[in-house]
Design a protein around this ligand. Structure first.
Ligand code: AMP
Ligand code: MN
Ligand code: MN
Ligand code: MN
Length: 277
């Protein structure tokens, strides 16, 4: 059982890397990647935990990218987590996250949240501050009912608590991962709210920029989407990846490792020699 996309408390996940790996092991996952947003901070802890469970652990990260004024997510796999190009690139994104956090905090204070920035910082601890942290503050202070409503009404682009941010360029994110000896996978092609035409444009741009793989089976895809994504991948010579995008046990509809097999005879990213190390 393989799961190559999940989050811990180092970004917007609810479980520590150790607890996440334990839960994955319990679910029967045998090859696992931790892919926190714009940070590799959880990887050493997760690897140590994976060793105690006899699980194959793959270094992972989910890099935020701005492409055509839209956000894309690039999952990096099987890289050297100490590579300086990657570390420097992620450091710039972490600084951009801190700057944006202050701007979002100011906006949700106008909506009635008190002490937004210190509370978001305390919640994130040493991890990255993400929009789901601000969603939790909106819920805690009774302004929103749930995470979904917080995003729909306030945190999405065009809403009153959205703060613009320039993430990495597509070529940069892929370049950092390749410099670190890793594999670049375009995450959840159906997860951006794109039309079919924009989805295909994004996949083509990703492949043209040197990307290696496409996430085919996720916690929220049906077979039809998976077959469509597999066709898109084949058209651009991309290998297939699978990942639940697990964030929290409260997402009861989405389990670690509960993913279908890649459609047909598609090339799997885990057949890469870097997965054997
Ligand atoms: P950030 O990278 O800080 O902008 O936060 C992005 C994260 O917010 C994603 O990885 C999801 O976990 C979550 N997210 C994004 N859009 C939504 C949405 N519409 N509803 C719920 N969660 C969302
Ligand atoms: Mn997330
Ligand atoms: Mn994502
Ligand atoms: Mn994710």
């Amino acid at each position: 059982m393989i799961d190559l996309h999940a989050h811990s408390t180092c970004s917007d996940g609810r479980l520590t890397p150790t607890a996440l790996v334990a839960r994955a092991a319990e679910a029967g996952v045998t090859t696992f990647a931790l892919t926190d947003h714009d940070t590799v901070d959880g990887l050493d802890e997760a690897r140590t935990a994976a060793d105690t469970h006899g699980m194959t652990f793959i270094n992972g990260v989910e890099i935020s990218v701005t492409w055509q004024r839209r956000t894309l997510h690039v999952v990096g796999l099987a890289f050297d987590s100490r590579n300086p190009s990657l570390a420097n690139g992620l450091a710039t994104l972490q600084q951009a996250r801190r700057d944006r956090a202050a701007r979002i905090a100011a906006k949700i204070e106008k909506l009635g949240v008190t002490d937004a920035l210190p509370r978001a910082q305390a919640m994130a601890g040493a991890g990255q501050i993400t929009r789901p942290h601000f969603a939790r503050l909106l819920i805690e202070d009774g302004i929103c009912r749930d995470n979904n409503q917080a995003f729909k009404k306030h945190l999405r682009p065009g809403r009153d608590a959205h703060a613009a941010i320039e993430w990495a360029a597509l070529e940069s994110a892929i370049g950092w991962l390749h410099a670190a000896g890793g594999i670049a996978v375009l995450a959840h092609p159906f997860g951006y709210g794109f039309s079919g035409a924009w989805r295909q444009r994004a996949i083509a741009a990703f492949a043209d920029a040197g990307g290696d793989g496409l996430e085919i089976c996720t916690g929220t895809t049906d077979r039809q989407k998976e077959v469509t994504a597999a066709r898109d991948a084949a058209q651009h010579g991309l290998v297939g990846s699978v990942g639940s995008d697990f964030h929290a046990p409260e997402q009861f509809w989405l389990g670690l490792g509960r993913l279908r097999a890649l459609p047909g005879d598609m090339n799997a990213v885990w057949h890469d020699a870097r997965f054997k190390a």
